[in-house]
Design a protein around this ligand. Sequence first.
Ligand SMILES: Nc1nc2c(ncn2[C@@H]2O[C@H](COP(=O)(O)OP(=O)(O)OP(=O)(O)O)[C@@H](O)[C@H]2O)c(=O)[nH]1
Ligand SMILES: [Mg+2]
Length: 362
Amino acid sequence: MSFSCGFIGLPNSGKSTIFNALTALAVPCQPYPFCTIDPNVGVVPVPDARLFGLADLLKPEKVTQTTIEFVDIAGLIKDAHKGEGLGNRFLSHIRNVDAVAHVIRAFNSGQVPHVYADIDPARDMDIVETEIIISDLEIVEDRIRKIERLAKISKDKGEAEMELLLRVRRYLEAGRFVATDDFDENERLALRAFDLITAKPLFYIANVDEEGLSASPQPAIEAAAAKKGREVVYICGKLEQDLSALPEDERASFMELYDMKEFSIEKIIHVGYHILGLITFYTVVGKEMRAWTIPRGTTCVRAAGKIHTDMEKGFIRAEVINIGDFITCGSEHAAREKGLLRLEGRDYVVEDGDILHIRFNV
Ligand SMILES: Nc1nc2c(ncn2[C@@H]2O[C@H](COP(=O)(O)OP(=O)(O)OP(=O)(O)O)[C@@H](O)[C@H]2O)c(=O)[nH]1
Ligand SMILES: [Mg+2]
């Protein structure tokens, strides 16, 4: 899987509409089967033009895309932590995701009431994110109390964890998400065990009108997101829903009609990879061609381990070529003649778009 992404937002912001469209649209992208694990969790193959381009050339029996998981939960309203609306307990369903997409209501519709009457993205961002912060604060406070209780009876005073929790609490009490960059690698690892939503990267999905899509990016939304240092993806939930109901051969002309330049999943992937620091590499082994997702900065030997532990243990070297170069050359032979195929050792840092052929010994 590339990454998992949980949706948050006000009720009627369009989370489920977008979730349904994303997961329904993915079905024809096979060969990875769309699978619904639960009505609100969907695993979708990542469309990958480079992988499809390579498959056109090499015609492998099997092409395996990487996948993305979406989790759709109920909407949050102001004072959800006091039980307003559906409360906030359902946030537990997104405590394990890698990134959070905050769906912002930016479409006008007389038929779909806005919980707060008018369209105001900046206000909605604050309402929902304040609830997230309070919910995380509840977790942190609980944990602090537990450590204090244990400290009375145990030799282990839990000092390191306490110190970390107190640091985290300072962000939350100041009404901020946790700036994970301020923590070192070990602390970040320890932080992960708390499952805090505020310690995950967040981006916005602005759910806009048909007209809003061609008029995007919208200055008011951009300004509000920039203030929080976050990126925005513009999607029209309604159009996505209509698009997902169309047969595949009619989709291109529909997209042209509404000035939809790419599938919205591609926009989400783009932002998600960016904020999570992910890249894609490829393998062609036997009859199978496959895309893999790794964090930027991963060494060749670690990437080999992602494919198979034997490949990491017995790693000798890798033959590496950029997928774009391979497609331009048209064959491995031509790429080799042009000197585009390189031999790299275990410490080589894998680049986005590398095709890796791992030589290993078991
Ligand atoms: N006009 C218009 N209506 C939309 C759009 N996106 C969603 N809707 C409608 O808005 C209503 C609410 O959408 P949902 O997707 O159920 O909203 P939600 O965020 O999942 O709401 P909760 O599950 O209650 O939190 C539905 O009637 C949708 O058809 C859009 O882009 N334009
Ligand atoms: Mg919903």
